[in-house]
Design a protein. Structure first.
Length: 276
């Protein structure tokens, strides 16, 4: 059986029905002994409350949980309040992100970049939280250059990050080139590959265009050729993603972090194929 740790990411739901469905998804994925479940950060009151509720649900199921925390669009007082709330509930693991600037808003008091958030967490809470940060093997879509993005990642590490989770990718060379580049800068924290299952060609292209992840031309054309044949798209996606994960694990990736989109089916199949 494969023993390399796994983790799984969810997003907060808006309804009680959605909350119940995600609870079933978590139950299905718990068979793979996850290192933790994470939950994305809802900007705004209701979805932000959903993040906390999801994390508390996960902890009640005796699984470690890590809320995401995005800082842009929030004041330092708001972030301090969220951190205190998390700590009061015994949460010790955070995924610290910059996040997107809300539409129609300029920079607010507080934070511009994720390294500032990491510094703030360390100043306020010392080593209480294990801090994950984001990494971009194919570089952040808003980065001025590849080197600038690597330098910014190094800043997040020097600010106090414990480990990193990457944006998803399908080009394994990009991941190992990024790891080599930051290792050359003296960074030795674990850099965990983020893994995105492929269920829909149109959704994959939309997500990838937004986040700067490359869908290799050969894969894009093969998926496109299937048209509306969802079964064939999923079958090819499973083969591609399983092979990617297998190669990552065989070449020393410290863990795998799955973007579940609140669904268990494809992720479970990949994990089973990998021997979990």
């Amino acid at each position: 059986m494969n023993r390399t740790p796994l983790s799984f990411e969810f997003f907060p739901t808006r309804t009680e029905e959605g909350r119940n469905k995600v609870a079933i998804t978590r139950q299905q994925l718990r068979q793979f002994n996850p290192e933790f479940f994470s939950c994305t950060f809802g900007a705004g009151g209701t979805t932000r409350d959903g993040t906390l509720q999801t994390v508390l649900d996960i902890m009640a199921e005796d699984t470690p949980a890590a809320p995401h925390l995005s800082c842009v669009g929030s004041s330092s007082e708001e972030i301090a309040d969220i951190l205190n709330t998390y700590r009061s509930h015994g949460i010790k693991h955070i995924v610290a992100l910059r996040g997107d600037i809300p539409s129609g808003m300029g920079m607010m008091d507080g934070f511009r970049y994720a390294n500032e958030l990491v510094t703030f967490i360390r100043e306020q809470h010392g080593d209480w939280f294990h801090i994950e940060v984001a990494a971009y093997p194919e570089y952040h879509p808003q980065a001025k250059s590849a080197q600038a993005d690597i330098d910014f990642f190094v800043q997040k590490c020097h600010a106090g990050a414990n480990s990193a989770i990457t944006q998803y990718f399908y080009n394994i060379d990009a991941y190992f080139a990024f790891v080599d580049a930051v290792r050359a800068k003296g960074i030795d924290i674990p850099i965990v590959p983020g893994i995105m299952p492929i269920a829909s060609f149109s959704n994959l292209c939309r997500f990838s265009d937004m986040c700067g992840a490359e869908v290799p031309r050969w894969l894009r054309l093969k998926l496109q050729a299937y048209g509306d044949d969802t079964a064939s798209i999923k079958a090819l996606g499973l083969d591609v993603v399983t092979d990617l994960c297998d190669r990552l694990l065989s070449q020393g990736a410290p863990s795998l972090h799955f973007y579940t989109l609140n669904q268990a089916g494809l992720v479970s199949t990949v994990c089973q194929r990998l021997g979990y």
